[in-house]
Design a protein around this ligand. Structure first.
Ligand code: FES
Length: 148
């Protein structure tokens, strides 16, 4: 007597369960890795933001709305701007997106990156619009002591 062949759909159904399980395991693992990567990138960003540039300024005053490029101790360039009569700010010139030098645009009263059209707030350096995920790195401004 001939043996009855195994019914194909039964084997196929059990294979689908295994595939779904493998898929869910892989998707779960990928999600965990993505979250870990995002968390690590955020921590790295916070670390780079925490260290401000130290700038030595001479005592030549800036007019309101005027900007000056200053080289920091480590060689990085920064922009110093007299935003109003009592507010002098300074930020690293490198755009946090891909590193193009940002410009001070007096007419718009903000920093702008010409590479991908980002804009940053004049007082805080925070992103107003554009691709950067965080604002400009602030500079700590130190006025040079006058020698007597
Ligand atoms: S490098 Fe500045 S927006 Fe892309």
């Amino acid at each position: 007597m001939l043996k009855k062949p195994e019914v194909f759909p039964v084997a196929l159904a059990s294979e689908r369960v295994l595939d779904r399980r493998r898929f869910l395991c892989a998707a779960g693992g990928a999600a965990v890795l993505a979250l870990a990567g995002e968390w690590g990138a955020k921590r790295a960003e916070e670390g780079s933001q925490a260290e401000a540039l130290a700038l030595q300024l001479d005592e030549t005053p800036l007019a309101v709305g005027e900007a000056r490029t200053v080289t920091a101790t480590g060689g990085a360039e920064a922009l110093v701007v007299q935003v109003d009569a009592s507010t002098l700010v300074g930020f690293d010139r490198r755009c946090p997106h891909l590193g193009c030098p940002v410009l001070w645009v007096k007419e718009h009263t903000r920093f702008e990156c010409p590479c991908h059209h980002a804009a940053f707030d004049a007082r805080s350096g925070e992103v107003l619009f554009g691709p950067p995920r965080h604002g400009l790195r602030p500079a700590r401004l130190v006025t040079k002591a006058r020698k007597v």
